[in-house]
Design a binder for this molecule. Structure first.
Ligand code: ADP
Ligand code: MG
Length: 363
């Protein structure tokens, strides 16, 4: 159990007992990709993989951490935050944003262990941010609020790390519940639960390909969406419906039009998917996932040969209602909706097909 391992790691690295153990889950997004920073809708769920911190408060303003990821230590002072260029930036960014809201922070020392693969589209970064926010809230005189802390985590990633991500990862990490996806309205910061029917299982398929997101095409997509919204005179692409976009398509360059089309139709698909899950219509849910993948491959252009091969392998395997790439894109994982009684066959066949495909295509 990784929680008890984290306590053990704390004893080993800090020579004493921890006061507290924090668990912060990873997430997978069923549908609604690159819609969050367009004020739109997303449908993620928290997963059983998580990042843990065993910690002890400190009487001064020092934060001292050890992470099992590469057996690394990091230390900083709350009165002299710096851009380290490493993973401690996620924690320093959270400290900075908390301080900017006027909160008085205390120091802590903690051991971090996680079984969320990094850069796999399962949001290890938000898990680290929210775990850090929780750590500060426990040792300092302020109260944890899931929405406020999600916003703090997002701002940390936007302003300190330089990744213009939306609110999805942080909000599902802070507010997710077992056995439920959340349909999140990323403008209102409200959500309604959608239960995955018990006849289906959500399977995550990691291609093990990685692409560093910061400074990459992700931020370019954010800019393209902002520009398209400005052309139509709306605050965000959330405010554009398909008919208006279609009628005004001549106002955008062809690439910009395709980017906007993805976002506008993905918002519709996300609402339809939550509805389909609530009606237990797994066939429709699977079709929506498929349409989402096609849109990300052709219109938003954030898929990759490995992700496409994984989706094809999944779709050809037993019991698959639908599959799509998930997360920021350009590498990482796919998510699939599978008939519960076919999962074992699905996993072994998909793996075999994917390995055969990447060997042939030399991915
Ligand atoms: P994702 O969120 O999809 O996993 P990101 O590139 O957004 O990928 O975030 C990954 C980064 O988060 C890592 O490079 C590292 O800086 C930080 N991180 C994640 N997990 C840990 C951990 N257990 N210990 C230290 N840093 C971590
Ligand atoms: Mg991330």
């Amino acid at each position: 159990m990784i929680g008890s391992d984290t306590v053990e790691a704390f004893r080993e690295h800090f020579g004493t007992e921890p006061d507290l153990l924090i668990r912060s889950p990873g997430r997978v997004n069923l549908i609604g990709e690159h819609t969050d920073y367009n004020d739109g809708f997303v449908l993620p769920l928290a997963i059983e993989r998580a990042l843990w911190i065993a910690l002890r408060s400190r009487p001064d303003d020092t934060v001292r951490m050890w992470s099992g990821m590469g057996d690394q230590r990091a230390e900083f002072s709350l009165s002299a935050l710096t851009h380290s260029g490493g993973w401690s930036d996620y924690v320093q960014g959270v400290a900075n944003e908390l301080q900017r809201t006027g909160k008085e922070l205390r120091g802590w020392e903690g051991a971090i262990l996680s079984d969320i693969p990094t850069g796999a589209g399962l949001s290890s970064s938000a898990a680290l941010e929210l775990a850090a926010a929780r750590a500060f809230s426990e040792v300092s005189p302020f109260v944890w609020d899931p929405v406020e802390m999600a916003v703090i985590g997002q701002r940390a990633e936007n302003n300190w790390v330089g990744m213009k991500c939306g609110i999805m990862d942080q909000l599902i990490c802070a507010a997710g519940h077992q056995d439920q996806a959340l349909l999140i309205d990323c403008r209102a910061l409200t959500w309604t639960p959608a239960a995955v029917p018990s006849a289906a299982i959500v399977v995550v398929l990691d291609t093990s390909t990685r692409r560093e997101l910061v400074g990459s095409a992700y931020n370019e997509r954010v800019t393209a969406c902002e520009e398209a919204a400005a052309v139509f005179g709306v605050a965000a692409l959330r405010d554009l419906d398909w008919d208006t976009l279609d009628e005004g398509r001549y106002r955008l360059e062809p690439v910009a039009f395709r980017r906007a089309r993805h976002v506008v139709l993905e918002n519709e698909r996300t609402l339809a998917m939550a509805n389909a899950l609530n009606r237990r219509d797994l066939t429709e849910a699977g079709e929506l996932m498929q349409a989402s993948h096609d849109s990300m491959r052709d219109d938003f252009e954030i898929s990759s040969a490995a992700l496409d091969a994984m989706v094809e392998a999944a779709m050809a395997s037993p019991g698959c209602y639908g599959a799509r790439m998930t997360g920021g894109g350009f590498g990482g994982s796919c998510v699939a909706l599978i008939a519960a009684d076919r999962v074992d066959a699905f996993v072994s066949e998909t793996l075999a097909r994917y390995q055969a495909a990447i060997a042939t295509k030399q991915l």
